[in-house]
Design a protein. Structure first.
Length: 213
């Protein structure tokens, strides 16, 4: 027997949006980088709202068709997250400091300041971390090593500079976020590295274990 489907079986726009929110709240999405999910979710929902506003019930199949579209989009989101897992793993390891230039710590420092004065804070952050890395190597706080990441630099320098452990980690996070495009570089984020660099220049490293009395 043919006839219109009961109204209760139709999927409204609000119900479709709720289903998408519930889908994105699952663990597989929460384990990914929040900024990526937020960008994808916002853009997809804006597009769906615009689509339903313009064509609404004129879509063949009505809300059933749009409900199917939401399901397809959810599958595409899963595929995207699986595809980006290698990039997320690389980000957890941290971006390489890339010290293939012959500049000294003071040279990187001066270049960082020039970038900052020009408002190029992303470049300033990169050069300031290179200055920090060179300073740590020159003072034998860490051994020179090609391919070292910002995260590794913070880990290796922390035992000798325990008071700066948190600041070293914060500087590495800023560097990684800027290099991977997860954060917009600002004067404040650059100041995190600049202030750390200034403290490191006068810090007294702890070599070996201190004897407690």
């Amino acid at each position: 027997m043919s006839g219109p489907l009961p109204h209760a079986a139709e999927v409204s726009r609000e119900e479709g949006a709720r289903a998408a929110r519930e889908e994105l709240s699952k663990d597989i999405y929460q384990r990914s980088e929040p900024s990526l999910i937020e960008i994808i979710y916002t853009r997809v929902m804006d597009w769906i709202e615009e689509l339903t506003r313009r064509i609404g019930d004129s879509v063949p199949g009505g809300w059933w068709a749009l409900g199917a579209l939401l399901a397809v989009l959810a599958v595409l989101l899963v595929a995207l997250l699986v595809h980006t897992r290698p990039a997320r793993r690389a980000r957890r390891r941290g971006a390489q400091v890339d010290q293939d230039t012959p500049l000294s710590a003071s040279g990187h420092r001066a270049l960082a300041e020039r970038h900052a004065e020009a408002g190029a804070y992303a470049e300033a952050i990169v050069e300031r971390l290179r200055a920090i890395s060179r300073e740590l190597e020159d003072r034998a706080i860490v051994l020179p090593r090609a391919g070292r990441t910002a995260t590794e630099l913070a880990t290796e320098a922390s035992p000798a500079l325990p008071d700066e452990r948190g600041a070293l980690r914060a500087a590495a996070d800023v560097f990684n976020d800027v290099r991977y495009g997860e954060r917009v570089a600002t004067a404040d984020s650059y100041a995190v590295l600049r202030d750390l660099d200034e403290r490191i220049q006068t810090a007294r490293p702890h070599h070996g274990r201190e004897v407690t009395r």
